[in-house]
Ligand binder design. Structure first.
Ligand code: NAP
Length: 622
């Protein structure tokens, strides 16, 4: 292998060779299963007369109130930091610390960074450096390699740059392994690897007013100066653990799903998994096939919608690329209908442009107020949830287990999940649902989990307990112009950004996919694309103006924060449950995801780009 850092003889710039070797090739389950049983791939009709009446509303309320305050998570620190170890790569490539300059430093090497790099290169920005915690590209798809992993937004609309890459995913919901390989191919094709410092975690990003540069410090001893910093470090990046008494005493093997330890052979073992979110829904059916006994510790059931996995057909391979921009158009069409149930509403005729509309819009005899519209949508939402609940009864044979698997909250309030094998798994004799509602698992001892006076002895314990949501820069202290940290500013004033991308006092810092960042209707690939295009537009604008710094005005930021709060409150009835989306009920309105929808965000972006009023170049705005 050549040196980790060398000089490109043509450009005179540094080139890196820090991609880590793979630690293992062992993977299990590919999320490829295709289920042909129609009972499993269609939703039952809603029960006749189903309506979101007062009794049903009370049931939802009680379901939520019983869980209030139950969520208790902790960071993986101290004795638990072992859960963060990179189990996928060989140890970091040795290299000297860097004390030099670059124009743009990007944190992350996932979809966001790869997309941004593609656009930057097109626009002629070459002096770009990436810092990535993992040993290779992929971000989410680097870290999450559990059995059964697949995307659950259709892959034709989810994978970025399909046309540019001349690629069509092999399945409607591509396996995570296919997506990881796709990221690696993109990185190779775009000469990304030579610009990326792998196994390099940015720990501090500090604005230096004198030089008008960011000082980027890493866990590898680097201290690099950059004119611009882009946070492309994901939305669900930092894994978290449920805080459970006695967890440190467990004597068996244990790990978090985002660091799947394939060295631990699950065959014939007694395995426990805590959590039933989107991850566990994909893991459970796969590991149930190999373990001796599987105990699924559930606090709140997910909504398990139809997945209807299928292979890409020869005809699709042959015809889709004939339509110019087929993938972008498909993604745009999906964005039109993905506010609800992505997997089902992603009707292929509509998505591939064979019909111009999927469903006629409902018309009303008069224009409804936003509140009335919400009420109507809640009724529709209730009927979808009735179908989801009826599906549980239709598939799960044991009535007590079926009852526990039924969710009572609005569809989409927690992340909807899509699977055709999760529910049937509970009919297997070796799979046991342990209903820990409403408070969850509270006790672990050296042998396993203790719940309601029963001890469940385990050989392996798997934490499927999720990630910090929108924890932008949570593992990176970002200190801006007036010495305040980004976290400190947001804790004191609430989340304050313009478009989710700028935050006042943090000049030349761009946030991709962060709080208040809209543009893509919850398809974060689309959001990344929009943010990447916007950032490149800003850099080009500055280049043409010969501007050194950009910041945003207080007015622009305050007005935008208020807009985010209003949009959040308007759609709050759909998130009336305990969910990571609302920080388990504790988030201030408007502080996390953007709920204004794609169009509103774009309208604001375009208005700003036209008037330029929100921006302040070369100096500190009042
Ligand atoms: P998650 O949705 O946050 O799920 C965490 C689970 O842990 C929840 O079921 C939670 O229960 C449970 N839990 C926490 N403490 C507990 C306790 N003490 N006892 C029992 N249960 C406890 O995390 P995730 O499943 O990893 O998914 C996170 C997100 O990643 C997804 O929503 C999705 O956006 C993304 N993801 C995507 C894909 C994909 O595209 N293929 C796959 C996986 C994940 P409560 O619900 O009661 O809090």
């Amino acid at each position: 292998m050549s040196e980790a850092v060398s000089i490109d003889p043509v450009t005179g710039r540094k080139k890196f060779n820090t991609r880590a070797a793979k630690a293992t090739d062992k993977i299990v389950g590919k999320g490829y299963s295709i289920v042909s049983d129609e009972k499993l791939t269609t939703l039952p009709e809603p029960p006749a007369g189903a309506t979101f009446n007062a009794a049903e509303q009370r049931r939802y309320r009680e379901f939520k109130e019983a869980r209030a305050g139950a969520a208790d998570y902790m960071a993986m620190e101290g004795a638990f930091s072992k859960y963060l170890d990179d189990v996928y790569s060989e140890p970091p490539v040795e290299r000297d610390a860097l004390h030099d300059q670059c124009e743009i430093c990007v944190i992350g090497a996932g979809f966001g960074a790869l997309l941004l790099w593609y656009r930057l290169r097109q626009a002629g920005f070459e002096d770009v450096r990436f810092c990535e915690k993992g040993g290779d590209v992929g971000g989410t798809w680097y870290w999450n390699r559990y059995p059964g992993i697949a995307c659950d937004v259709e892959s034709y609309s989810y994978l970025p740059l399909l046309e540019e890459m001349g690629y069509i995913p092999t399945m409607k919901f591509a396996s995570g392994f296919e997506i990881l390989e796709y990221c690696q191919t993109m990185a190779e094709r775009f000469n990304f690897y030579e610009r990326c410092l792998f196994h390099t975690t940015v720990e501090q990003t500090i604005w230096d007013q004198d030089s008008e540069r960011w000082i980027v410090k890493t866990d590898r001893g680097d201290s690099m100066q950059a004119r611009f910093v882009v946070l492309a470090n994901g939305i669900l990046t930092t894994p978290k653990l449920a805080r459970i008494a006695g967890m440190e005493t467990f004597a068996g093997e244990s790990f978090h799903t985002s660091r799947w330890d394939y060295q631990v052979d699950l065959k014939d073992k007694r395995v426990g998994i805590i959590g039933t979110g989107a991850t566990a829904v994909q893991v459970v059916p796969e590991i149930a096939k190999v373990v001796k006994e599987l105990y699924v510790f559930q606090r709140t059931p997910s909504s398990i919608d139809v997945r209807d996995q299928r292979e890409t057909t020869p005809q699709e391979y042959a015809t889709w690329p004939n339509e110019p921009n087929w993938a972008v158009k498909r993604r745009e069409r999906l964005a039109l209908i993905s506010a609800g149930r992505t997997a089902l509403q992603g009707n292929d005729d509509f998505l591939s442009g064979k019909v111009d509309h999927y469903k006629a819009r409902k018309s009303y005899d008069r224009e409804l107020t936003p509140e009335e519209l919400v009420q109507r949508q809640l009724e529709t939402n209730f009927r979808i949830m009735e179908q989801i609940r009826a599906r549980v009864d239709a598939i799960v044979k044991d009535p007590e287990t079926a009852a526990a698997l039924k969710p009572y909250y609005p569809y989409g309030c927690k992340r909807p999940t899509f699977h055709d094998e999760f529910l049937p798994t509970f009919n297997r004799p070796n799979v046991h649902l342990v209903d820990t509602a409403p408070l969850g698992v509270r006790k672990i001892n050296r042998y396993g989990i203790v719940h309601d006076g029963t001890e469940y002895p385990l050989d392996v314990l798997i934490y499927a307990t999720g990630f910090e949501w929108m924890g932008t820069g949570s593992f990176n202290m970002i200190r801006g112009r007036d010495g305040r940290t980004l976290r400190g500013k947001w804790e004191a004033e609430g989340t304050k950004t313009f478009l989710g991308i700028h935050s006042k006092g943090f000049p030349n810092l761009f946030i991709m996919n962060g709080p208040q960042g809209g543009g893509g209707q919850f398809n974060f690939t689309r959001v990344s694309e929009m943010h990447a295009k916007y950032i490149v537009w800003m850099l080009e604008t500055m280049r043409s103006k010969d501007a050194r710094t950009v910041d945003v005005t207080t007015d622009a930021e305050d007005e935008y924060a208020q807009h985010c709060a209003e949009m959040d409150l308007l759609s709050a009835p759909f998130r009336d449950c305990i969910s990571y989306y609302n920080n388990d009920g504790k988030a201030k309105p408007g502080s996390l995801a953007y709920y204004g929808g794609g169009k509103r965000w774009h309208d604001r972006r375009m208005a700003a780009q036209e008037s330029m009023a929100p921006y302040f170049f070369d100096g500190a705005p009042a």
